[in-house]
Ligand binder design. Sequence first.
Ligand SMILES: Nc1nc2c(ncn2[C@@H]2O[C@H](COP(=O)(O)OP(=O)(O)OP(=O)(O)O)[C@@H](O)[C@H]2O)c(=O)[nH]1
Ligand SMILES: [Mg+2]
Length: 405
Amino acid sequence: MMYNEEEKWTFEKTEEEYEEERQREVRLFQKRVETGGRALNIALIGPSGCGKSSFCNSIMTAFNVEGWREWATTGHYGGLAEQVTHSLLSFPKSDYLGLSALNDYNYPTLVDMNGFNDSSDTMVEELLRIVFFGKLPEEEKLMHAVKLYRSKGIDGLRDHYSKNYEHLKIDRIIFIASATSPLPNRLMEAVRNIARKEDRVIPVFGVLTQKDRINEEDKDYQALEKDFREGLGLPYNRFLLCTTYCDDYDMHHGKSRLDQRHPELDIPILKFMRQVCDPVMKVIKDETEYKMQSPNNTATPNNQVTNEASPNESWATINGRSLPINDAMWIRGLVIAVLINVLLSFMSKSMDISRVCAEQCTGTKCHSGSVQFLCEEQSGFGRIIVTFLSVAVVVGLDIILDKLE
Ligand SMILES: Nc1nc2c(ncn2[C@@H]2O[C@H](COP(=O)(O)OP(=O)(O)OP(=O)(O)O)[C@@H](O)[C@H]2O)c(=O)[nH]1
Ligand SMILES: [Mg+2]
């Protein structure tokens, strides 16, 4: 019991009390995953830098007898290098439990996924389907799938991954976001669509990290939490606001995770994971396999798929094959149209000048100095510059749009 500055008695647990409670929670968790069934595959998904790997390590620390280790690489270095290297890394119980006596329990396999940012379109939803059905090989670059989609379209993407061996079919999804950043609404929507609207319905859970950096009484935080829970359709038992094992927590509390465990962080995570791994919660139509077409779409007789237009993508059919028309294409088309317009007006002006030059000049000599200057300009240098500028604009635009895509 402690007395704080606001002159109120508060009940603060001692380290020993926290440790006792942690051990009680560990026993309760083990009871849940004790017998029967199998180890579940749990996908941790969220936008770049939200704390997926930190949360993944915190779960494994809470399960492990030794304490914190950096199984999943944490730290957000602008995201890109890390994200494109691996899209999916899995941690089965044999990687993190350490103690063989625990191996009989159905501790889950955690799947830390990088590379999904806050977007939702046909390609993102299809990539999520591929991952949730266990069709993305471990450590495969997500860029590979993106390139495949660009070159062969949605049918090519589905055709390629449907042939893969089913590995790590996902049984639970934990959607992770930061309590201090704007919500990734589009990615949340994409995950909800794929987890719920497919034949195979996967239970979704939600975690907001960085509890240490917010005030729970704050109205803005409360609005964000409400939107997060409503966006994913989460009752309180499927939601957790937590602090993960991280540098900030060590610094503020003057205790390093390298030297000791933090039972006060483990306890809420263990309670939450007991809900996540509850075997009474079933995946609906679990046996369903990855199909060439999503139930959200309607197939035409020749197995072509007509997709619902997503907010930033529509579809055209050329030679019976569906091709995506996206925002970048519209922008490219618009800029080329403007360029052609400018070129045409330039050409019509230069045709007028050519006529004047033909009337006013003999050979390279003209009647007046200003006409002489205009005719020289128009004959060579001016044209070359305009041509080069047009080519540079189109090429530059293409590179920028490609990067944006
Ligand atoms: N203060 C605080 N910082 C946190 C918390 N969780 C994560 N962080 C910090 O947030 C940063 C990003 O964490 P990561 O776990 O690497 O995030 P990620 O989602 O795996 O990032 P990517 O793999 O790049 O997508 C790190 O510097 C963590 O220390 C938390 O609960 N509180
Ligand atoms: Mg990570």
